[in-house]
Design a protein around this ligand. Structure first.
Ligand code: PMP
Length: 443
């Protein structure tokens, strides 16, 4: 085997894998398609990595980036420094998040940063609010919150934690309300009640005066697109309120229309205290993260006059002018083209076309999704719902054949995940489904 022609390690992969296979080189993108270095045109079934929501190669975004580079490529916003794009974007975000009563944003460079900011400022909130012992975090067993030590500590999946332990102390994990796989019940509403009660029991077990926050994704993404029952988030909000625990919604994937609602929290009619945003905020044209805070958090900081209320947190690239300009142009498209509504429509269409896969193919245990985030759950036996062995490469083979038939999909362990651009149309869906069909037929 030839030595590889490059010297970087791939995220989320054992380096040895690249000794036995070639990378899939994506060299160009346009709309809902990307092109590999062999000139093959592929439907982008993953929108880059859940993020290229407005599609590739949008002139509006390229123009905004170029214009900002001409005006001011970079300056910091530490201390009292500012620039127009950071200010304009904060106003737009607070406007977009008005139904959730968000009041302030804190900028960073991506999703992991947005989560880290949420966790750190949640702890600081409690110190400023006079309850310094509230430091613990509770999260869900299938949750994914990025790769910083804080996010990895609240992550649910062992593979993201194990190699990096010991992690942050004071993080506890409870059952996900996952109708397809749980030890309790098949009834969604009963499951929502049980899982919300588990949160309450964990808070009581820890001592409410020691719990800072509960963090979760409104629809779990990397864990396998797990859509909670409709009553789960309202019940969780009520439990958090009962014990004063902050509710952090990690909207890194669900924000800006992916689920078919403008934000995942809005799907469930819930107002979190803190929201983590990234990915779709710029559609991936430039890295940016943002964490939004409600009045309760703002009041605590506003009411504090000593040193402890100073925010000793921030990134060189907090509020990067090019990132903010990109987000402004991107969110204009998201709003003008009502991409959330398109995600709802195309998501339904895609789901309807994929549901028969669970009848046709022995390995497809369940097809599920919300808006344009969907997953096919792969099993060895439909009745027992025993997952396939992730080591046997089946999901990767399906993805490989689908790619040879013109579409990129994402094999993740025992699932195939789909998260196409929110500008997807019926032809794109049809092409994606045909390629995936070929993948399952041939794998
Ligand atoms: N939170 C969630 C819900 C995510 O899905 C991700 C990334 N997929 C992150 C946080 C981390 O974001 P990033 O990779 O941009 O650091």
């Amino acid at each position: 085997m030839q030595a590889s022609a490059y010297q970087f390690w791939h995220p989320m992969l054992h380096p040895n894998e690249m000794k036995v296979r070639e990378p899939i080189r994506i060299v160009r993108g346009d709309g809902c398609h990307v092109f590999d270095d062999g000139g093959n045109r592929l439907v982008d079934g993953v929108a880059g990595l859940w993020n290229v929501n407005v599609g590739h190669n949008r002139p509006e975004l390229k123009r905004a980036i170029a214009a900002q580079l001409d005006e001011l490529e970079y300056f910091q916003i530490f201390d009292g420094l500012s620039h127009p794009r950071a200010e304009e974007l904060s106003n737009l975000l607070i406007d977009m998040l008005a139904p959730e009563d968000m009041r302030r944003v804190f900028y960073s460079s991506g999703g992991s940063d947005a989560v880290e900011t949420a966790l750190r400022l949640a702890r600081q909130y409690w110190k400023v609010a006079g309850q310094p012992e509230r430091t613990k975090f509770i999260s869900l067993k299938q949750g994914y919150h990025g790769t910083h030590f804080g996010g990895a500590s609240v992550n649910g999946n062992m593979v993201f934690r194990r190699s990096y332990e010991p992690l942050l102390p004071g993080c506890y994990h409870i059952e996900t309300p996952w109708t397809y796989r749980n030890p309790f019940t098949e009834d969604p509403e009963e499951l929502a009640h049980i899982c919300a009660t588990l949160l309450e029991r964990e808070i009581l077990f820890q001592g409410p005066d020691t719990v800072a926050a509960f963090i979760a994704e409104p629809v779990q993404g990397a864990g396998g697109v797990i859509v909670p029952p409709a009553s789960y988030w309202p019940l969780v909000r009520a439990v958090c309120d009962k014990y004063g625990v902050l509710l952090i919604a990690d909207e890194v994937v669900t924000g800006f229309g992916r689920t078919g609602a403008a934000f995942g929290s809005r799907l469930w009619g819930v107002k979190p205290d803190i929201m983590c945003l990234a990915k779709g905020i710029t559609s991936g044209y430039f890295p940016l993260g943002a964490t939004a805070f409600n009045q309760r958090i703002v009041d605590a900081f506003d009411g504090n006059d000593d040193f402890s209320g100073a925010i000793f947190h921030g990134y060189t690239y907090s509020g990067h002018p090019v990132a903010c300009a990109t987000a402004l142009a991107n969110l204009k498209i998201v709003r003008d083209e009502n991409l959330a509504a398109n995600a709802a429509r195309m998501g339904d269409y895609l789901l309807q076309k994929l549901l028969p896969f669970a009848e046709c193919y022995a390995a497809v245990g369940e097809v599920r999704g919300k808006g344009l985030m969907l997953a096919l759950d792969l099993v060895t036996d439909k009745r027992s719902r025993e997952p396939i062995d992730p080591a046997n490469g089946y999901a990767a083979r399906v993805a490989e054949i689908a790619r040879l038939h013109g579409a990129l999909v994402r094999p993740v362990g025992t699932k195939i995940i789909l998260s196409p651009p929110l500008v997807f149309n019926q032809q794109h869906v049809d092409a994606l489904v045909a390629a995936l069909d070929a993948g399952f037929a041939g794998a």
